[in-house]
Design a protein around this ligand. Structure first.
Ligand SMILES: [Fe+2]
Length: 399
């Protein structure tokens, strides 16, 4: 324990009156949600202990845009294949719909694998139950079709090149996959609380552009009956206008997303949305692949969760999407990757070597060393040493 009075907890506490604490009111503001709920009481979450209220006032008791009294006269996004229209819709409404993003066959393969996986997870007792219904996580390990979607491979998602270009444009090249999971909505469950997917950044609002862009794969028809995703079109603009440290005012009503199987929805990380209520007997699945700036912490901890068999066969692009391509400001291992820019297949940023060492139980980390270290410690086969050697070998081979 320190003998210096100013370093004691008691002294620090005594000299930390709340009103003098730096950034306190901003960091504790819980914005934008504080003002969203204050100025829009109809957006209050359901009481999860009671049966779901059917009163019209609640955000979940709504319908699709073309039937909604407020929205039916507005020109909301409709499915399109045109990138120019997609840009317009995304900018104005915070989302855009890619028509036939998946072909009929791709869509069938997607939903078939997903439903089978969901059933298998139930049987194995590893099903994830949420207040909205069953989720299927970490799709990367659960089917080739899902890996193909993460890579935007046109043989698994026919609009792959369009999606990839759009993500490069909106997030900047080098973005990584935040998570890829399927959200089920089931009868008797609850709607999600409407939220922004880039909420972890709150109370900062990135006014100029989103820090997260979501790609929602819709492998079956969705509508107001089976829990089509709830959205408030254009709400990203209300959020942007309020900005960091601002207050969100009155919001327009929510609608259920209406889309045909095969549609891929692109949406801004600042758009208010959430899973809808399923009134039918069949589970409704959509799968969200969200994507973030390359240096951000991903929702799914891929470094641990991706199956070694998949790491083994993964393309450089897939490894990159999993954050296994280090850059100076993200994903370095023991300093390996400093100086790299995070590009796909960049030799001095690839951290696959470390992951393989980990999987084989042979990862040797550099620990405490000194001039007094034993010969044995100094001569250890450190994984870092091996990784650097591997880089040199690959660079030489590429010349
Ligand atoms: Fe979300």
């Amino acid at each position: 324990m320190s003998q210096i009075e100013q370093f004691s907890q008691e002294y620090i506490d005594k000299n930390t009156p709340e009103k003098e604490m730096l950034f306190k009111s901003f960091l504790d503001s819980r914005e934008p949600y504080t003002s969203i709920f204050k100025n829009n009481p109809w957006l209050a979450p359901p009481n999860f202990k009671k049966p779901l209220s059917r009163k019209k006032i609640h955000y979940w008791n709504t319908t699709v845009g073309r039937k909604h009294p407020y929205w039916k006269t507005k020109k909301l996004p409709t499915p399109t294949k045109e990138i120019k229209q997609i840009r317009k819709d995304f900018k104005r409404w915070g989302y855009a719909l890619i028509e036939d993003g998946m072909s009929k066959d791709q869509c069938e393969a997607f939903i078939e694998r997903l439903l089978e996986q969901a059933k298998g997870e139930k049987l194995a007792g590893v099903n994830s139950i949420t207040p909205s219904g069953q989720y299927v996580h970490t799709l990367i390990n659960k089917g080739e079709i899902f890996r193909g979607c993460i890579e935007q491979d046109p043989s698994h998602v026919q609009a792959g090149l369009l999606i990839e270009s759009f993500l490069n444009e909106t997030l900047g090249e080098g973005w990584i996959c935040h998570s890829f999971l399927a959200n089920g909505a089931e009868k008797g469950y609850y709607p999600q609380v409407l939220h922004l997917d880039q909420s972890p950044l709150s109370p900062w609002i990135t006014e100029e552009a989103p820090a997260l862009v979501n790609t929602l794969y819709i492998p079956q028809d969705v509508n107001e009956l089976n829990g089509g995703t709830l959205i408030i079109p254009g709400s990203h603009k209300n959020i942007i206008k309020a900005g960091s440290n601002g207050e969100v005012g009155k919001l327009p009503p929510a609608i259920n997303l209406e889309a045909k199987a095969g549609t891929v929805m692109l949406f801004d990380g600042r758009l208010l949305h959430g899973t809808g209520v399923n009134h039918t007997d069949k589970i409704r699945f959509v799968a969200a692949m969200s994507n973030v700036k390359s240096w951000m912490r991903s929702q799914e901890n891929w470094i641990v969760s991706v199956d070694p068999k998949i790491i083994d066969i993964a393309s450089p692009k897939l490894l990159h999407r999993m954050g296994m391509q280090a850059a100076t400001y993200g994903g370095t291992i023991e300093g390996f990757g400093m100086g790299a820019s995070g590009k796909v297949n960049e030799i001095h940023g690839s951290t696959k070597y470390f992951r393989e060492a980990l999987d084989s139980g042979k990862y040797i980390r550099v620990g405490e060393l000194s001039t007094k270290s034993s010969k044995k410690d100094l001569k250890k086969n450190y994984t870092l040493k091996g990784a650097v050697k591997e880089v040199k070998k690959k660079v030489k081979a590429s010349k």
